[in-house]
Design a protein around this ligand. Structure first.
Ligand SMILES: *[C@@H]1O[C@H](CO)[C@@H](O)[C@H](O)[C@H]1NC(C)=O
Length: 226
């Protein structure tokens, strides 16, 4: 304990530090809404994006259509994500929430990935999915479940997770995410498909394999299903 510093001051300092960490999340809005707009002339600047004059906001700023349409899953991973975030609905700006539809062909995979800025809550609308996530170091515990139609599963923010269609037919899931722009890091794409490539010596040591294996992996085309 520091001499002459009252305990409550230290506690206050600690609490403000905690408050700092909390503010690393999407901020709580200071207004009803802040429809994102490109034109700085007819806008005010809040939270990293310009807000449209609220008097000019209309229903279409809060609207998206077409999420009922199945997407083509004929790609190397057999799945396609249709995001509905602030890029699709400008009215989501500052609201800390978004949505995605995920289509899976037979045995299609939404490969291991993380959302750096959002937790995910997913429900299966059609088919059966084997899903899971891995906890952080040092445990790296794998938590999995087979989900059927109507089941709901949560993927905590930042953790590596996946969804695999274990059924013979197509599968469809709907995911809510706790960010207007949760971001996606697909592990294989980021590690083996970065631009420019990561030095193979780094990956050879990191993955404890021969450099030939790394060369092979870096030569693959890493499909982005988002
Ligand atoms: C789906 O994508 C594949 C590959 O690009 C293409 O060959 C196929 O025609 C597409 N199917 C439909 C129904 O659009």
């Amino acid at each position: 304990m520091m001499k002459g510093v009252p305990n409550f001051l230290l506690v206050t300092a600690l609490l403000s530090l905690t408050a700092c960490f909390v503010s690393a999340y999407d901020p709580s809005p200071l207004q009803d809404f802040c429809v994102a707009i490109d034109d700085p002339k007819s806008s005010v600047f809040v939270n990293g994006k310009f807000c449209k004059n609220p008097k000019l906001a209309n229903a279409n700023d809060f609207f998206f259509s077409g999420l009922q349409i199945p997407r083509n899953t004929s790609n190397p991973v057999g799945s396609t994500v249709t995001p509905v975030n602030v890029a699709q609905i400008a009215g989501l700006n500052t609201l800390g929430i978004s949505l995605a539809r995920i289509d899976f062909g037979p045995y299609g995979l939404n490969p291991p990935h993380t959302h750096p800025r959002g937790s995910e809550i997913l429900t299966v609308l059609e088919g059966s999915l084997y899903v899971g996530f891995v906890t952080s170091n040092p445990d790296n515990r794998l938590i999995t479940k087979v989900l059927n139609k109507g089941d709901v599963f949560v993927f905590p923010i930042g953790l590596i997770h996946f969804q695999f269609n274990v059924g013979y037919g197509n599968a469809v899931a709907l995911a809510g995410l706790s960010s207007q722009n949760p971001g996606v890091i697909t592990i294989a794409n980021a590690v083996f498909g970065s631009n420019p490539p990561i030095n193979p010596d780094v990956l050879s040591k990191a993955f404890q394999v021969d450099k030939k294996v790394i060369d092979y992996l870096q030569k693959q085309f890493w499909w982005d299903n988002n």
